[in-house]
Design a protein around this ligand. Structure first.
Ligand code: FPP
Length: 248
């Protein structure tokens, strides 16, 4: 019997009413996982996709309505060319293969980041998957691809500055709501919980504005090994925290 089958339902020691409504994940450790097995790094990414698929299904099974994952950062272009090309092809292949299933499972997928510089065939697959799933309601699945938090903030600043310069907006119209409507994540709640695998204690330019009050959970487990048992541990830790949002 697999972990997936054992933990199909929300574990009884978790309180359904206090689950995070939105979870962000930094899926780190694919390369190290592969290295430990004496395999090429890219195999870790391939296994990482299986982990992601099950986490998404688990969020659905347990009643968590939004999941956002960091698939490729603006800094990841600095990796060896073969690895970057492998990742771009992997994203495209996975999207093509999983689209039907995402429609069936009522998953709404959205990509955030500077998508214009991605390979054209990937951009087309992204546009198709977002369009085909736009009316789905069970879970908001967001994939940050060529995403950088500072870059997101800069593009929002530029867009708002343009509107002010052309007289469409006045400086005093710039509220938190207006600002958020210019972010890639417009319309999404802020993450309540950030999970980072493989031990690093950083947020690495991920959702800088949105993460202001997120609880951070870091585990030594490498991403390909992050299963439902590990996810359960993360949620238990989250429910053990007292969230004060700056109050006493
Ligand atoms: C970090 O591990 C992982 C990545 C840069 C890629 C993650 C992407 C996936 C799991 C595929 C997602 C696919 C879709 C379609 C959303 P690392 O290589 O930095 O590991 P290391 O720190 O051990 O080297």
């Amino acid at each position: 019997m697999t972990v997936k089958h054992i933990l199909k339902e929300l574990p009884v020691d978790l309180d359904y009413h206090r689950l995070p409504r939105h979870i962000a994940v930094i899926m780190d450790g694919n390369g190290r996982w592969a290295k430990r097995q004496g395999k090429p790094r890219v195999l870790g990414h391939q296994r990482g996709v299986d982990t992601l698929k099950d986490l998404l299904r688990c969020c659905k099974d347990w009643g968590i309505p939004a999941l956002t994952v960091y698939a490729f950062s603006t800094e990841n272009w600095g990796r060896p060319l073969e690895e970057v090309e492998f990742l771009m092809t992997l994203f495209e292949r996975v999207l093509r293969r999983e689209l039907k299933e995402m429609c069936k499972e009522n998953i709404k997928i959205r990509f955030v980041g500077n998508l214009e510089v991605l390979p054209l065939s990937l951009q087309q697959e992204i546009a198709r998957s977002m369009d085909d799933t736009k009316d789905n309601r069970d879970i908001d699945f967001t994939v940050a691809t060529n995403y950088g938090g500072r870059q997101e903030i800069l593009q929002a600043c530029r867009a708002i500055a343009q509107k002010v310069a052309s007289g469409l907006l006045k400086p005093e119209d710039i509220t938190e709501e207006l600002w958020e409507s210019h972010l890639y994540t417009a319309g999404l709640n802020h993450p309540d919980l950030l999970i980072r695998t493989s031990g690093e204690m950083r947020i690495s330019n991920f959702l800088l504005w949105q993460m202001a009050y997120a609880e951070i959970y870091v585990t030594e487990t490498l991403w390909p090994d992050f299963d439902r048992i590990e996810f359960h541990k993360a949620l238990l830790a989250y429910q053990g925290r007292e969230r004060r949002f700056g109050k006493v």
